[in-house]
Design a protein around this ligand. Structure first.
Ligand code: XMP
Length: 508
């Protein structure tokens, strides 16, 4: 593996992901973990990320000199390069003008790191401090519009630095530079892939659970589905899945989950139809957080009842992802990431040991593993769906069966049209919201007084920020007319054009 130390850069996670795309497992650790922690992992290489600080600022993260004594190759990117330059006796200064965005890189001496690349190429920059002279004993490899030394190396010491960002797509040869570092310099095998993850995880799961009984809560989403299929491949029918249908799923979704798991994968599955229980509890409740609490608590209650019936289960499978681990502080020192209100999931303090086969993976890697395991594209690429389901999309009022059904039907039409238009995968989420509002319309010379359906479609990378999707007008028209023609209760359709921030993706 390769360790990426995070100095707080905007792109640190992306570096870790790009390294993995090169075929090398990588972990993102906060910069302050110390050399001992890095040594313990026995990495083949170390990458120092960019960061927002100036190396001269008070309190700016420093380079632990011991990291350079571990005997493993080091690549500094942006701030990471400046730290190296400063520590090793190069000249770093705050420039008059910063260099932000697209720039031109001129290679004077390709050395090892830039070997085989064109002498002129585009690259992406984002810095104000600039390296003016490489440290003694280092070779300056390249310059850019505003950076006299945009890359340097000492093959003897195994230390490399680049000012540009190889991890962003605007640096067309960035991935080549990373590959040279990983394969050529670090001597890592570039073989880490979905297939190798599956193989490794199956062995780990077997070793962890032995012949004990294991249960898994299925939500129908990508993460729990991939985790369940992976665990089933490892231990077969020692695994029982529990699917709690709270009646707040999308149309047919519950049936699809049950069918896929029972018939297609032959995985033992207990399906609980708990719609009445949930709707009873939700009666008269319109406040969003109250809905979330009720659904969350009831979900755990039903799950525990079913788990108790299975009896002697010792392990619980959770579809925890690497981004959850990082966000909860297990990975980087990055501070203010929103705590995910993962209502509709299970708490960590149930009486089970956890099996978390996806804990080291990013979402796109989970999808690749899902595809490797032969899960259908529809499941692998499913958009995120909140645990409390449609209850928080019947907004400003109570989630009654009648309103949930209207919403479910409207949502079905939306999904159908978006899939037919080939846009489903381009959108982070697309769904309908049903406000507790009726408006007047006229249909066939008759006055109508019906529901308003809101279309919400957003693009996003991680749900932290989102932009409203520019759906084609013709598609919007087709969606609106289908909803109004096919759904008697609906007489108006509107489009939500709020980004996040200031809006959130969901309305509640
Ligand atoms: P917001 O509305 O905060 O949503 O922009 C960000 C992402 O989180 C999802 N979401 C939830 N997921 N339980 C969940 O499991 C919840 O209570 C919940 N609320 C929002 C939302 O769909 C979006 O992807």
């Amino acid at each position: 593996e390769v360790v990426v130390l995070d100095y707080g850069g905007q792109y640190s996670q992306l570096i870790a992901r790009r390294v993995r795309e090169c075929g090398v497992f990588s972990e993102l650790l906060p910069h302050h973990v110390g050399a001992e922690e890095v040594r313990r992992r026995k990495p083949k290489g170390l990458i120092l990320s960019g960061g927002p600080a100036s190396v001269y600022a008070d309190g700016a993260p420093r380079l632990d000199p011991e990291l350079l004594e571990l005997g493993i190759p080091v690549l500094g990117i942006c701030y990471g390069m400046q730290l190296l330059a400063l520590k090793l006796g190069g000249r770093v200064e705050g420039a008059e003008v910063g260099e932000f965005g697209r720039s031109q890189l001129t290679v004077h001496e390709p050395g090892t790191l830039l070997a085989g690349l064109p002498s002129e190429q585009a690259c992406w920059m984002s810095h104000r401090d600039t390296v003016y002279e490489a440290p003694p004993g280092f070779t300056a490899l390249a310059s850019s519009t505003e950076s006299p030394v945009a890359a340097f190396e000492s093959t003897e010491r195994g230390i490399y630095g680049i000012q540009f960002h190889p991890e962003v797509v605007h640096t067309p040869y960035g991935q080549d530079v990373l590959k040279t570092f990983l394969g050529g310099v670090c001597g890592a095998d570039l073989t880490w892939s979905a297939a190798s993850i599956v193989e490794e995880q199956i062995a780990r799961i077997r070793a962890q659970v032995g012949d004990a009984r294991v249960i898994c809560g299925l939500s129908g989403g990508v993460d729990s589905s991939v985790a369940a299929v992976l665990v089933h491949q490892a231990i077969g029918d020692q695994l029982t899945c529990i699917f709690v249908d709270h009646g707040l799923m999308r149309k047919d979704e519950g049936d699809q989950v049950v069918k896929a798991f029972r018939e297609q994968y032959g995985i033992p599955l207990v399906a609980v139809d708990a719609e009445d229980r949930f709707l009873d509890k939700l009666a008269g409740v319109s406040e969003p957080e109250a809905k979330r609490k009720i659904i969350g608590a009831e979900f755990i209650r039903v799950f525990e009842e079913e788990a108790a019936k299975i009896g002697d289960a010792k392990f619980l499978v959770q579809g925890t992802l690497y981004s959850d681990v990082i966000e909860s502080g297990g990975g980087t020192g990055a501070a203010t990431i929103k705590s995910h209100h993962n209502v509709g999931g299970l708490p960590d303090d149930l009486e089970f040991e956890l099996v978390e086969p996806l804990r080291a993976l990013f979402k796109d890697e989970v999808r690749a593993v899902g595809a490797e395991l032969g899960l259908p594209e529809r499941l692998v690429w499913r958009q995120p769906f909140p645990g409390p389901g449609l209850a928080i999309r019947v907004v400003g009022g109570e989630a009654t069966k009648e309103r949930l059904d209207v919403l479910r039907d409207a949502d079905y039409i939306l999904q159908d049209e978006i899939r037919n238009a080939g846009l489903y995968r381009d959108l982070w989420q697309s769904f309908c919201v049903l406000p507790d509002v009726r408006t007047v319309g006229v249909q066939g010379d008759e006055r109508t007084y019906g529901y308003v359906v809101v279309i919400r479609a957003v693009t996003s990378d991680d749900a932290m920020t989102a932009d409203w999707a520019r759906l084609p007008y013709d598609l919007l028209e087709q969606i609106a007319s289908r909803m109004i023609n096919e759904l008697r209760e609906v007489n108006r359709v509107v489009l939500d054009i709020t980004s996040k921030p200031p809006g959130t993706i969901e309305w509640e």
